[in-house]
Ligand binder design. Structure first.
Ligand SMILES: [Zn+2]
Length: 343
């Protein structure tokens, strides 16, 4: 087992978060990573600093112009003649029929909602979050990789809501999609299993018409809950991808037993697919006291979750994504890691 992270992921510090009719306190803060990093330290597990792999695997998934916006949009925003806020944050959302001329039009095109502002150092963190994930993928591409090797990536900002060409839901680059695509160099069949509180509609969209990447997700019902527009059971894929997108929306208020019933169904589908490698999108926002939680997973539950995934006995990359009960991230990650280590 190897754990990857990078300190530069702490530079992104959102100041604004507009959602459901009001400005709210940003939840996806650098302190989250500080807390996550305490877990391996307490357990005596080494954290490897990610090395740079580059922009190419990112551009294999995301549109070039969108990536340019993430990289350089901030300078363009600050260069406007009028007084702008300290980060790119739009109130105009027009993804189509938009010329993209001018930074305000670009923001309208590339920001899908009010929860993904872009500040001075955002790109650095976004880039290193993707690089951290890519380090795990690269080590599985290595011929020396063991059959049931498990790699953990402590990443922020998260990725599963990011579309090919839009940021949203605290996400900018879709790390799971980027590494799935990168892993295709060697592996034919990849399963992405998402247990974050929210449906990863970005991953779903990117692989919707493909059968080489299975996406299965357990999440809170999207009815009046983020991402609100996707995550229903009837979304099963398109064309040859039909049947390779499997959603398990949980009724809000589902208890821990209920959560694991859905996880077991999701895992059964992964077994049936028989992938060469598994990517697990792990969200600690299913934790019972998380401000985003619509279900009731206990700290012990994360150990159980890890044991169930380990039992699949496949090479696996775990991307730590959501989780906003900051004071419990350390303990909950320790529980998860202990499930991977235990026999
Ligand atoms: Zn989430």
């Amino acid at each position: 087992m190897k754990i990857y992270s990078h300190e530069k992921q702490k530079l992104h510090k959102p100041k604004s978060y507009f959602s459901r009719g009001q400005m709210r306190q940003p939840q996806e803060m650098p302190e989250r990573l500080t807390e996550l990093l305490k877990a391996p330290e307490t357990m005596g597990l080494k954290v490897t600093t990610a090395k740079e792999i580059g922009i190419e695997p990112i551009l294999a998934v995301h549109d070039f112009d969108y990536v340019e916006f993430l990289k350089h949009g901030y300078e363009e925003w600050m260069a406007l003649d009028e007084e702008m806020g300290e980060e790119i944050q739009t109130t105009i959302y027009v993804p189509n029929n938009n010329s993209g001329l001018g930074i305000l039009a670009k923001a309208a095109m590339y920001q899908a909602d009010g929860s993904a502002p872009i500040g001075k150092h955002s790109w650095t963190s976004i880039y290193w979050s993707a690089q951290t994930a890519l380090n795990a993928a690269d080590s599985l591409l290595d011929d020396e990789a063991e059959q049931n090797d498990i790699q953990i990536c402590l990443t922020r900002p998260a990725g599963h809501h990011a579309r090919k060409n839009a940021a949203g839901g605290f996400c900018y680059l879709n790390n799971a999609a980027i590494i799935a695509e990168h892993l295709r160099q060697k592996f034919k069949k990849i399963a992405i299993i998402d247990t974050d509180m929210h449906h990863g509609q970005g991953i779903q969209e990117i692989f919707y018409d493909r059968k080489d990447v299975l996406y299965t997700s357990v999440h809170g019902s999207p009815i009046n809950f983020y991402p609100v527009v996707a995550g229903h059971e009837h979304e099963k894929g398109h064309g040859e991808g039909y049947g390779y997108n499997i959603n398990f929306p949980m009724p809000h208020g589902t208890d821990e037993v209920g959560f694991f019933n859905y996880v077991d169904k999701s895992i059964s589908n992964v077994k049936l697919f028989n992938p060469d490698v598994i990517i697990h999108v792990l969200g600690f926002d299913v934790y019972k006291d998380d401000p985003q939680a619509k279900c009731n997973v206990s700290t012990q539950g994360f150990k159980t979750l890890a044991q169930k995934l380990k039992a699949l006995n496949k090479p696996m990359i775990v991307l730590v994504e959501g989780g906003y009960c900051i004071e419990k991230l350390d303990e909950n990650l320790q529980a998860f890691l202990s499930g991977l280590i235990s026999e």
